[in-house]
Ligand binder design. Structure first.
Ligand SMILES: [Zn+2]
Length: 466
């Protein structure tokens, strides 16, 4: 059969426009692939509709621009110049009108104006920018470009370089909106906080570090700090930054908590691996905050110590058994918040390992691990809680949250395994769109920048057409 697709656009004056043929093709019905539109036909069709529609919109818009805003006089035209407007349905070629300034205006400034420049400043449609930023946050730039060109009629306009450039532009715009850094985000006094309404519940935020390979010095890595903030009754949000590169880490964390309804009288628990950088990031962000050494990190270290004790048992069974029992005791004491006795027991363990006189080859490593554990526990003395009690009352004290956050945010996109290398700027900016793509707030960001996106999404014309 022969298929002709016509498009008729009726302007604001209700006069029906001419029905233009925008596509025509022959279809037969013999094989499954004959049914409906093919990918190529679908792309050609949406691209043709887009070109027609945008042309009609710009023609009517440009007509309105002709008149001077101040006096209403018609401005003289000085021709036009070609502009490519990148949309989801193709790169639309437009003629951008150039108009003489109205004689009533001040003579300062250029003699002509190009109003289209204000309508489409970046010459890219917001929704295309959104999808490019979203997909390149979820997949490598080249894969994101391929994915988009697979399904949309944008073959020539999207490649690794342009997609990356667009995604970084989005991140830079978001970065520019972030307020100034402050050493302390606590203001007001306790009396004021107490007068606030009862907050919704505790916010638990897990923070951890991950490493990616450095582009500038291929043998080295640099550190990313990522986090996941989880209020009781609201959706979680991700945080990501390049340590040492980001000048506003506290502000970044504070704004995420604020977007989740943080109040000054609200309990916030920061779970970390106890590292100095991550801990200092959480200080003075909000008054009712506590810093807790993540139970996962404690057990991870104790598991390693237990393995060494088992290793010792191969050489001296009684000694190995005693050390293993000591490790178990430390775990039990820490779990129940008995810091003082745990500290004593850790010192005993250190001494016992130091005094071992056996041929166990990992003895040096065992002693070092025991010593590092002692230092870690001592440095985080103020960050140990009664984990057992908290656990029984249903609170989150670990569950390898921080660890899984690193996997979710860093490993799957910045993977070292794939030999990816990053500049600090590139990694930091990508983290800004990636964290938003993962927690679902990237779309909200675009809808705030372009309120029409939300309106157009719910258009009833679309609903009728479907
Ligand atoms: Zn005028």
């Amino acid at each position: 059969m022969h298929v002709r697709i016509l498009l008729q656009i009726t302007g604001n004056d209700a006069t029906p426009g001419v029905a233009d043929e925008i596509a025509a093709f022959e279809k037969m019905v013999e094989r499954p692939e004959d049914l409906g539109l093919s990918l190529a036909e679908g792309k050609a069709l949406t691209a043709a509709i887009q070109q027609h529609l945008v042309n009609a919109q710009i023609a009517s818009w440009a007509e309105r621009q002709r008149c001077c805003e101040a006096c209403g006089a018609r401005r003289r035209s000085k021709g036009s110049y070609p502009v490519v407007f990148r949309t989801l349905y193709g790169d639309v070629k437009l003629a951008s009108p150039r108009l003489h300034r109205c004689p009533c205006e001040d003579v300062d400034g250029p003699a002509t104006v190009s109003p289209l420049r204000q309508l489409v400043p970046g010459q890219i449609a917001p929704e295309r920018l959104y999808l490019e930023a979203r997909w390149s946050s979820l997949a490598p730039y080249a894969a994101a470009a391929e994915l988009l060109t697979d399904v949309l009629p944008i073959a020539s306009g999207a490649n690794r370089t342009t997609v990356r450039e667009h995604a970084l532009r989005v991140a830079e715009r978001a970065e520019a909106e972030l307020g100034e850094e402050q050493p302390c985000f606590i203001d007001g006094c306790q009396a004021e906080w107490q007068a606030l309404p009862i907050p919704e519940g505790r916010i638990v935020a897990a923070l951890d570090g991950g490493y990616v390979r450095n582009w500038d010095d291929r043998k080295s890595n640099f550190e990313l700090i990522v986090g996941r903030s989880m209020p009781e009754d609201r959706a979680p949000r991700y945080l990501g930054l390049v340590h040492g590169y980001d000048r506003k880490p506290k502000r970044r964390l504070f704004e995420i908590l604020k977007s989740q309804g943080l109040q000054a009288n609200q309990d916030v628990t920061f779970l970390t691996d106890g590292g100095e950088e991550v801990r200092s990031l959480t200080e003075l962000v909000t008054p009712e905050a506590e810093h807790v050494l993540d139970w996962f990190h404690i057990t991870m270290r104790l598991t390693v110590l237990g393995q060494y004790a088992r290793g010792v048992a191969h050489y001296d069974e009684a000694e190995g058994g005693r050390l293993l029992a000591s490790v178990e005791r430390i775990k039990w004491l820490l779990w129940h918040g008995n810091q003082h006795r745990a500290g004593e027991e850790i010192t005993f363990l250190e001494d016992d390992v130091d005094e071992l006189e056996i041929d166990y080859p990992n003895l040096g490593k065992f002693a070092r691990a025991a010593h590092e554990f002692a230092v870690c526990i001592a440095a985080n003395a103020g960050s140990l809680i009664n984990y057992g009690e908290r656990f029984r009352s249903g609170e989150r004290i670990s569950s390898c949250l921080a660890e899984s956050t690193v996997n979710a945010v860093v490993s799957k996109r910045f993977a070292k395994r794939q030999q990816m290398q990053w500049t600090k700027r590139g990694a930091h900016l990508l983290l800004q769109t990636r964290t938003r793509a993962l927690d679902g707030t990237l779309r909200q960001l675009f809808e705030r920048w372009h309120p029409g996106l939300a309106v157009n999404d719910g258009g009833n014309d679309v609903a009728q057409a479907v």
